[in-house]
Design a protein around this ligand. Structure first.
Ligand code: AMP
Ligand code: MG
Length: 489
């Protein structure tokens, strides 16, 4: 029986005028082989759980496959605050759309597929190292419940690709409800193609925000939705300690999903000024700058939408960014501490916590996980995470006293067991620490992909205790904390 039976494809972006993209055939790589095939995700699209040569030929663009029409999208964007008109899919191709079992259409995008008209000085390729990082992190984010693009699989090859040293070309099969970025709107605005821009907005509304059609000002509501979704995404990043590293407007999805994983990093020691991008000399994209930068990016999008939406409406929507962000952030942080009701002194408790974490450079993920284990473990485990144990004891006593005031929806006191049980559903035991990714990459570069697969499996269930993998929840070794992630990919 055909493996494609019951798998639904479409390709709505290819129906747009030719000013939106260029058709480009993927350029083959030598001796391609699967690194991983995401069987669980594949099954959600009706595809086989196990990788095969046929799947490789189709998804890596080796055979003509009728539903696919590979194309490179044209977009532009602000990179580190400077407008660059010359962007577009320089090494990625949109193959088609495939329908998820819940009815949603997902783009199938091949990253690393060779030269396109938008490659500029690049070679159109992606190396194994960066492909593994994107695969692992996008799947880890999905496991955590943070809005993100997904990864269906990853392919390695024998084709040499030159970065700081000789490496090998790889391909990522990326899935996302859209690959439309802020930069798509900027492109049409700055080239004064306002008809195309309006068409793009109409399609975005039709495909992703159909509820806007009923509004009096559909484009205004579309922008409000984008602001809202971006705010929610940033709240997740800040609450989970995720630093993206390259928040250029061409890396911002209009659906508020974490997009284009480069030199990202999760905080190890709590350090709000953490810069994960080795080339970000000014710290523009430092961890604590992300909310501000997201608003800056939304303002760039607002400017691009100014021919379609009244200035006051754009400003009003932008004004909602901070409100939405703090609402969501505060909700997430409250859940992380197991405090759902509100008490006047809570602000002080939160401030005290961040001050303590910052001053002691305590491991961010471990701290919350240990707080979530206080139903069965001694509080000394938490105190031992701090160098200033006296201050940590004072804070913890306050926190535990505050927990006593917590009541459920019916007014019954919340037990430590109940509180901690819920907290373990939001405070992960496992995150993708840079050093874990690096160990998997080192093995993969020697031809052993087992660690990539294992890590991906563990990170699918980051909130579960997986005792056989306790080592993966360890604090990073010193070398692992100081890793510099190259921007080259
Ligand atoms: P990024 O920094 O990965 O978001 O990419 C920014 C722009 O550079 C996009 O237009 C990419 O398509 C393009 N690009 C990045 N790497 C390459 C490459 N190796 N070859 C061609 N284009 C690239
Ligand atoms: Mg990009």
């Amino acid at each position: 029986m055909s493996i494609w039976k019951g798998v639904n494809f479409t390709h709505r972006f290819s129906e747009l005028p030719s000013t939106f993209f260029t058709y480009v055939a993927p350029q083959p790589l030598d001796s391609m082989r699967w690194v991983v095939w995401n069987g669980d995700l594949a099954q959600q699209f009706g595809l086989p759980k196990h990788a095969s040569g046929e799947l490789l030929n189709v998804f890596a663009g080796q055979t003509d496959f009728a539903p696919f029409a590979p194309l490179a999208m044209k977009y532009a964007g602000h990179q580190f605050g400077v407008y660059n008109p010359d962007l577009g899919d320089g090494r990625g191709l949109l193959l088609a759309e495939m329908q998820h079992q819940d009815g949603t259409w997902f783009d199938i995008h091949l990253k690393g597929a060779g030269l396109t008209p938008y490659s500029r000085m690049g070679d159109g390729r992606a190396v194994l190292r960066s492909t593994i990082r994107e695969y692992l992190c996008s799947e880890a984010m999905a496991g955590l419940g943070i809005p993100t693009t997904r990864a269906l699989g990853m392919v390695d090859s024998n084709t040499p690709v030159y970065r700081e040293k000789m490496e090998y070309g790889a391909l990522l099969i990326r899935m996302a409800e859209t690959h439309i970025r802020f930069g798509h709107f900027e492109h049409f605005f700055y080239t004064n193609q306002l008809g195309e821009q309006k068409l793009l907005a109409d399609k975005v509304i039709e495909w992703h925000f159909p509820e806007c059609l009923e509004a009096e000002q559909p484009y205004t509501v579309m922008f409000e939705r984008i602001v809202e979704r971006t705010a929610v995404m940033i709240a997740y990043w800040q609450a989970y300690g995720f630093a993206h590293g390259v928040m250029n407007t061409d890396n911002m999805s209009i659906l508020g999903q974490t997009f284009d994983y480069g030199p990202f990093g999760f905080l190890d020691d709590y350090d709000p000024s953490y810069i994960c991008n080795h080339s970000d000399y000014q710290g523009r994209y430092a961890f604590d700058q992300q909310p501000r930068v997201a608003l800056w990016n939304l303002s760039a999008l607002a400017h691009a939408l100014s021919p379609m939406v009244a200035r006051e409406d754009l400003e009003a929507a932008l004004g909602q960014f901070e409100v939405r962000l703090s609402q969501k952030f505060s909700k997430l942080m409250r859940a992380k501490l197991g405090l759902h009701t509100k008490v006047d002194e809570d602000g002080r408790l939160f401030e005290g916590m961040f001050e303590l974490l910052n001053r002691n450079k305590t491991d961010y993920t471990r701290f919350f996980r240990e707080l979530s284990n206080l139903d069965t473990r001694d509080s000394q485990v938490v105190i031992d995470l701090f160098t200033d144990r006296e201050a940590a004891t004072v804070w913890l006593d306050l926190y535990l006293a505050r927990c006593e005031l917590e009541v459920d929806g019916c007014g019954h006191p919340v037990t430590a067991e109940q509180r901690c049980g819920q907290m373990r559903q939001i405070n992960p035991k496992y995150i993708l620490r840079n050093y874990l990714a690096q160990l998997a990459i080192d093995k993969a570069e020697d031809g052993d992909f087992s660690e990539v697969e294992r890590l991906a499996e563990i990170l699918k269930h980051p909130y579960n205790d997986q005792p056989e993998f306790d080592d993966y929840a360890n604090l990073p070794p010193e070398w692992g904390k100081k890793m510099e992630i190259s921007c080259s990919s």
